[in-house]
Ligand binder design. Sequence first.
Ligand code: ATP
Length: 495
Amino acid sequence: MSDTSVVNSLSGSRILVVDDHRNIRLSLKMTLEGEGAIVTEAETYAQALIKLGSLSEAQAIPFDVVLLDIRLPDGNGLDVLKLLSHHKHASQVIMISGEGTVKEAFAATKLGAFDYIEKPFVPERILVSIGRCLDFNNIQVTNKQLSQQVMKGQEILGQTPAVEELKSLISRVAPTNGRVLILGESGTGKELIAKSVHRQSQRAKKPMVKVNCAAIPHSLVESELFGHEKGAFTGATKNRKGLFEQADGGTLFLDEIGELDLNVQAKLLRTLQSGEIIPVGSETVTTVDVRLIAATHRDLEGMVANGEFREDLFYRLNVVTIVSPPLRERKDDLDILVNHFVEDACQEHAIPQRSVTPTAMAELKAYHWPGNIRELRNVIEREVILSDSAEIDSVSSLSTKVSPVATTSTQSQQTKSNSLSKTTPPGDAASFSFESEVVPWQELHQAIGKSYIKYVLNKTQGNVSEAARVLCLERAYLHRLMKKLGIQRGVVVTD
Ligand SMILES: Nc1ncnc2c1ncn2[C@@H]1O[C@H](COP(=O)(O)OP(=O)(O)OP(=O)(O)O)[C@@H](O)[C@H]1O
C-alpha cells in the first residue's frame, strides 16, 4: 500500500481500466482494488463504449476515473476521450500509452485528458494521478454546490411577456456602463434586478455594494456614502471609507433613493458628474469608478415636480429605466413562483415536499398581492410550515386588509374556500354578501385596542405615562401605538 492520503481518496471510487494487455489490466486492478477502488475492465474500444453506457446527457457516466490506453485493437483511445469530452458530467480521463508521442500527449491534453502516463509505469505514478483526479472531482462538486447556494434565490423567475421583456432589457443594459434607475412597488424584485444587472456586467467580479437610503439616519448618509476623516464629527474616531470607495471598480446600488435629502442629493450629483468623492471633514478628492444603480418605489417625477428631488440628479440617474411590474399584472407567473417558493420553504425548514392544489392556486390568483412577490413568498412559507398535509388546499393566511380582485373564473371557488378572510371587492357585492358583514380580524383587533387605550387615557386625564403604567406598556411604545391608531395626544375622547 502507498501513503495514506492516496488510500483515503481511492476508497470506493469507480475506475474503468481500458487496455488490451491483460497483464496491465490485471496489475492495475490489483493495485487499485488494494486501495479500495471498484475496478471495471475493458479490453477493446467497443467494450469501453459498452461499459461507459449510452453517453447520453441524461445519464451520469458510472465512473469517477477512466484509465485509457491509446492504441486499442479496434480503435483509438483518443476517440473515446473525444466522446467523453462532449459529455456534461464526464469522468476524468488518464491516458496511458506504450509508444506515445509528444503529439499524442498534446492532443490528449487538448481534448481534456487529466493526465498522460507513458508505459511502463510504476503503480505509484498511477495512484498519485488518480488521487489528484478524485481531489479535482471533489473540488468541482463543492464549487458547483457553492455556486448553486450563491445563486439560490437570485434568479428572476417568470415567463409572462412582462417578465420576459424585463429579462431581455436587463441583458441588453447590463454589459454597458449605463446608470440604471429601477422603479416599482415594494417587493416586486427591484433588488433582484439590480443584482442581475451587476452579475451580467463586466464588473461582476468586483463588489456590488448595497445601501438602503431609508435605513440610514439622515445625519449619517453623507458619511456612509462618501466616508469621513477622523474627528469630522462626534463619534468619528478614525478614518472610514465610504460606500463609493468600497464599490470602486464595481457597482453601488442605492435602494430607496427617494429618501435622500436635498443636501445629500447635491453631493451625489457632484460625484456622478465628476467621478470624485470628498469624505466628510476632508479636503482630499478621490476618484472612483463606480456604476450606479438606483431604485425606488416612490414617484420620483412627482417628487421632482414637488421640489423634493433634484431634477438634474433625476436625469443623471435615469439613463435607463427598468420598471419592475407588480405581481397583479403578471399573475400567470404565480404557478412558477408558488412552486418555487414551496420547494424552497420545504428545503429550508426540512419539511417533506408539499404541493399546492388547484383550489389553493385559484385563491392565490384571485388575490390582489399589494405586497407583491415578497408577500407571496411569506404567505407560501407560512402555509408550508402550518400545513398538516402534503397538499395545501386552502390559503388561510392571506392578508385581510386588502380586497381581492376576483376574476369571473375564480369567484365561485373563492367564495367557497375563502369565506372569512376578505373584504368585498368593489362592484361585486352580491357574491360576497356574507363577507361584507364580517370585520377582518386585524381591523377588529385595532378597533378594540384603540377604544381601550382611549378609555384608559380618559381615566388618567390624558396622562400618557400613567396610562402606559396601567397598561403595562413602555411609554414610547404607547406613543407609537397612539400614533399608529390615530389617537391624538392630549385629546381624550370618551367612546
Ligand atoms: N421574479 C422573481 N422571481 C423570484 N423571486 C423573486 C422575484 N421577484 C422578487 N422575488 C423575491 O421577492 C422578494 C422581494 O424582492 P426584492 O427585495 O428584490 O424586492 P424590492 O422591490 O427590492 O423590495 P423593496 O422595494 O421593499 O426593497 C425577495 O425574496 C426576492 O428574492
